[in-house]
Design a protein around this ligand. Structure first.
Ligand code: PMV
Length: 371
């Protein structure tokens, strides 16, 4: 069914309620995880389109939980209240309002409903975990669920997730990848004909089993606010003297990483993950203005991790987001050794010894509402 057909059905089904203002109400709730990119998206153009393909693991415990109660309202226009972790939050509410106004042509029912949105994260604010990826994807899952409830729009799971990825991307680029279990690929690459800049695609079907239970222990080196927003960071790529070489590298790394993910080649995985993390930071260092987003403790922890890997042969590696916190990546069967190592040798580099133990997870799911 096309979007136009589904809208036609929606208006047919709800015409009476819309006219009389009766009974168009309900509630939905979804949880959606954050993700950690192995090949990084850094640099964009047009309407949130990436300058290179990226590949990420979907996390398990670092999630946003969002619920929306909706009811009919007679006046036209997007209308919402937004509560973050139980408190009204005007700044986030405004961001969501702007986002919803931008997607009105495809979700026109938003013109006729008042939405009361509540959202919370299972991880601390400023922990360096991408909350925009989890929160935007959870919000979009809720909107798609409302569409399902109030219209006859039905679609198979693959199309539902593709559409969710498309709209999540418009909210926050990296959110496009959060809707899929285990791992996602976002951005056109010659290696995968069905890949697209407009939405991410799932990688679960090609993933070697070792990666389906991969661990990501996130060391909180510093929980301070970022000196540069993601939006500003992407924009800095426009004048970066290494931009062309970076996009070439990212394309090559995507192809090589997809191979490693298929075959379970941990050595190749380690090389690519660490090269990508350091390239992202090198790009920030060579931007104008320049930003150094790592802390001395980030470098000390990287150095200790590499020594531990060399001494033990355990295939543990790291990646970084656009911040100082280290994501320590390793196969599940080395959990005991690596967590002992983290506790004994890395925790003193962390702010208040804090770290978050996470792993690759199965993607968004609906949450049962009590009333
Ligand atoms: O989704 P954004 O616009 O916040 O950009 C995310 C960029 C990185 O997290 C640094 C890399 C990535 O691919 O997730």
């Amino acid at each position: 069914m096309t979007v136009e057909e589904s809208l036609f059905q929606f208006y047919q089904k709800n015409a009476l309620e819309l006219q009389s203002g009766k009974s168009l109400e309900g509630s939905v709730a979804w949880q959606s995880p954050s993700n950690i990119a192995i090949v990084k998206y850094w640099g964009k153009h047009g309407n949130q389109l990436p300058n290179n393909p990226s590949v990420s693991f979907t996390l398990s415990h670092a999630r946003s939980e969002t619920s929306i109660r909706y009811h009919y309202k007679p006046t036209r226009g997007v209308s919402l209240d937004f509560f973050f972790e139980g408190m009204p939050n005007a700044a986030f509410g405004q961001k969501i309002l702007t986002f919803m106004q931008s997607i009105l042509p495809v979700f026109p029912f938003l013109n006729h409903l008042h939405l009361s949105i509540e959202s919370k994260n299972t991880f601390p604010h400023s922990s360096g975990i991408a909350s925009s990826a989890s929160s935007m994807s959870a919000l979009v899952m809720c909107l798609m669920e409302i569409e399902k409830q109030i219209s006859n729009f039905s679609t198979d799971t693959a199309m539902f997730l593709r559409k969710a990825s498309y709209f999540s991307r418009l909210g926050s680029g990296s959110a496009a990848r959060s809707v899929f279990p285990y791992a996602g690929l976002w951005g056109k690459t010659d290696e995968v004909p069905e890949s697209s800049d407009e939405f991410a695609i799932p990688l679960a079907q090609i993933l070697h089993p070792v990666f389906k239970t991969f661990r990501d222990s996130i060391l909180i080196i510093s929980s301070g606010t970022k000196p540069v927003s993601s939006r500003a960071g992407h924009a800095l790529m426009e004048g970066n003297p290494f931009a062309a070489a970076r996009y070439e590298q990212a394309n090559k790394n995507t192809g090589d990483l997809l191979n490693a993910l298929k075959t379970g080649d941990l050595e190749a995985f380690i090389d690519i993950a660490e090269a990508e993390a350091l390239q992202l930071h090198a790009l920030m260092m060579t931007s104008k203005p320049s930003f150094i987003l790592m802390q001395p403790e980030s470098l000390a922890a990287i150095s200790a991790l590499r020594s531990f890997r060399n001494e033990t042969g355990i295939p543990v590696s790291f990646t970084l987001d656009a911040g100082p916190n280290l994501h320590v990546l390793y196969p599940e069967n080395y959990s005991n050794e690596v967590t002992d190592f983290i506790r004994n040798e890395l925790l003193h580099y962390c702010q208040n010894q804090s770290w978050i133990d996470d792993c690759v997870g199965s993607g968004p799911s609906p949450i049962a509402l009590n009333s």
